[in-house]
Design a protein around this ligand. Structure first.
Ligand SMILES: [Zn+2]
Length: 83
């Protein structure tokens, strides 16, 4: 068994890593790789951010808070009035 994973292998394992499906050993290897590989780390972070946002949107069922909606509407009205 190899001691180090390459970037391609990390990308392939990323989803399982985030879902906690990996063997503790593999999980550990992946974290070690992320610690030493900034491209993979930033990929991981952007992936996490995306999936968190998607999760939040699902939870909220894409409802805009009413206060924000009001502000958005009045903003749009002002923008329309400018023309
Ligand atoms: Zn890498």
């Amino acid at each position: 068994m190899k001691h180090f994973l390459n970037c391609k292998e990390c990308a392939d394992l990323l989803l399982d890593y985030l879902e906690g499906n990996l063997e503790p050993q593999t999980h550990d290897k992946l974290e070690k790789h992320f610690a030493g590989c900034s491209p993979c780390l930033s990929f991981l972070k952007s992936y996490q951010t995306c999936s968190q946002m998607a999760q939040q949107l699902r939870d909220q069922q894409v409802q805009i808070p009413s206060a924000l909606e009001d502000r958005l509407k009045s903003f749009l009205k002002e923008e329309v009035a400018k023309d």
